[in-house]
Design a protein around this ligand. Structure first.
Ligand code: 5GP
Length: 188
């Protein structure tokens, strides 16, 4: 396979979506994988663009029929990447970016060891904690739960190929580009 899968994960609130969309603007030849999910569509989202929105029943059928390359439960909803979708993208000769959670990323790495896992970290747990408290939208219990989740994710990130800190957006995008181009050059 001469095209690569780049899997990007990061704790919630770390701004990974913005880093990825800025990267894609500068590198339009990369494809962003579209995942399946059981969560409700948010305002402005479009089926088949942001996600393929599935019922719980359809999602379960896909799991039973082994249709997913990886899947995970996240905050009470299911998310997964279809095998067929990824193989079709690779056949088209595209490098693919997947934005998925850390559990899914590690599952995928087991099946496709050539996939490159990149974790986007917050500048520090304290900064993230202050951001969460600053929003004043969550109660203390929820904040504690979110921070526990972040600690778990940071542990899983120890098994990733790269970590990059999103302290300054432009620097993070350039660092992501360096990692990806370095990997692509290494396989030539
Ligand atoms: P959101 O509901 O905010 O769009 O996404 C919630 C979380 O689900 C994010 O951490 C995102 O990376 C993760 N996610 C999105 N698609 C997938 C997927 O296909 N597989 C897995 N494992 N996680 C996903």
């Amino acid at each position: 396979m001469d095209k690569k899968l780049f899997v990007i994960s990061g704790s919630s609130g770390v701004g990974k979506g913005t880093v990825i969309s800025n990267f894609l603007k500068r590198n339009p030849d990369f494809m962003l994988s579209i995942s399946c999910t059981t969560r409700k569509m948010r305002v402005g989202e479009v089926d088949g663009v942001n996600y393929f929105f599935l019922t719980q029943e359809d999602f379960t059928t896909c799991i039973e029929n082994n249709k997913f390359l990886e899947w995970a439960e996240f905050a009470g909803n299911y998310y997964g990447t279809k095998k067929k979708y990824i193989f079709e993208c690779l056949e088209k000769g595209k490098n693919i970016i997947l934005e998925i959670d850390t559990k899914g990323a590690l599952q995928l790495k087991e099946k496709m060891p050539e996939a490159v896992l990149i974790f986007i970290c917050p500048p520090s747990l304290e900064v993230l904690e202050n951001r969460l408290r600053g929003r004043k939208t969550e109660d203390e219990n929820t904040i504690k739960k979110r921070l526990d989740e972040v600690r778990e994710e940071l542990k899983r990130a120890e098994n990733f190929d790269y970590k990059l800190v999103n302290d300054d957006l432009d620097t993070a995008v350039i660092r992501l580009e360096e990692i990806i181009k370095g990997e692509l050059n290494a396989q030539r």
